[in-house]
Ligand binder design. Sequence first.
Ligand SMILES: NC(=O)c1ccc[n+]([C@@H]2O[C@H](COP(=O)([O-])OP(=O)(O)OC[C@H]3O[C@@H](n4cnc5c(N)ncnc54)[C@H](OP(=O)(O)O)[C@@H]3O)[C@@H](O)[C@H]2O)c1
Length: 282
Amino acid sequence: MEKKVWFITGASKGLGLTLVNKLIAEGHQVAATTRTLETLEAAVDSAPADQFLPLEVDLSDEASVEGALLTTWEVFGRIDVVVNNAGYGIGGALEELSLGEIKDNFEVNLFAPITVIKKVMPYLRAQRSGHIINISSIAGFAGVLGWSVYAASKHALIGLSDVLAQDLRPLGIHVTAVAPGAFRTQFLTRESLVLGDTQIADYSDIRASHARYLSIDGKQPGDPVKAAEALIEIADSPEPPTLLFLGSDAYNRATAKMRHLEELIEKWKGLTLSTQYETEKA
Ligand SMILES: NC(=O)c1ccc[n+]([C@@H]2O[C@H](COP(=O)([O-])OP(=O)(O)OC[C@H]3O[C@@H](n4cnc5c(N)ncnc54)[C@H](OP(=O)(O)O)[C@@H]3O)[C@@H](O)[C@H]2O)c1
């Protein structure tokens, strides 16, 4: 396997940390961003200095992201794979969440990847190579009750990735959106997950949905080590997928959503086709 230079956001725990450790063990070079350098440095297994570049970055600050990418370029001489991994879940009925909480989530889950992509593009275009991997979620394809804002931010990331893949293909740059199901990371802990403080009694179904999710913390079916291996495999593929689901739960939700969409489209086909000018009808 060819040794590559990776740039990974949100690396001090969970999937990002697992990926960093796996890549270093396999001999790749890794620039890893975090909000708190000490936590990242303490969490990463022993790493030779020529393989590991820990970077404290504020992903909401363009200059901070730009500086981290420049340092990566200066230290490693190229950037092959960019993983927009940092992200967190937010639950609650839309009207229960403050606009500030909603915007904060979009800032991390959507605008941080956008900033990283905008700032890394000059390097990838100059190389005429590279692979951008955006960690979305199965919620970005088939969301569930009580997580509308999280679903919205992750849907946006899949939509962005889909067209970005088309835009960048002529430049030799690949884009993959990854949609994991439930993986055993810190994702469902109160340190990562945001549940709004306001609770409106009418939304008892949402409370039950949140309780179900919180109860699977530590028992999620997905193994982050296997997810990291899957990411390394697609980065090594000459024709990587533009969208990759990870986990049997993600597969089941995605295929159920496809069936639902097909039924919905066919059921309303008459009305859908009724809106054209008479002259445009086949
Ligand atoms: N685990 C799952 O079940 C699951 C399912 C679908 C999708 N995902 C997605 O997978 C990605 C990784 O999550 P994970 O499961 O590894 O969860 P995690 O263990 O909670 O780790 C999340 C990482 O994201 C960063 N992060 C969290 N909140 C942040 C904030 N407010 N600002 C900046 N960075 C922040 C953290 O980076 P630092 O602390 O190092 O700064 C942390 O290392 C996320 O995008 C998540 O949405 C996870």
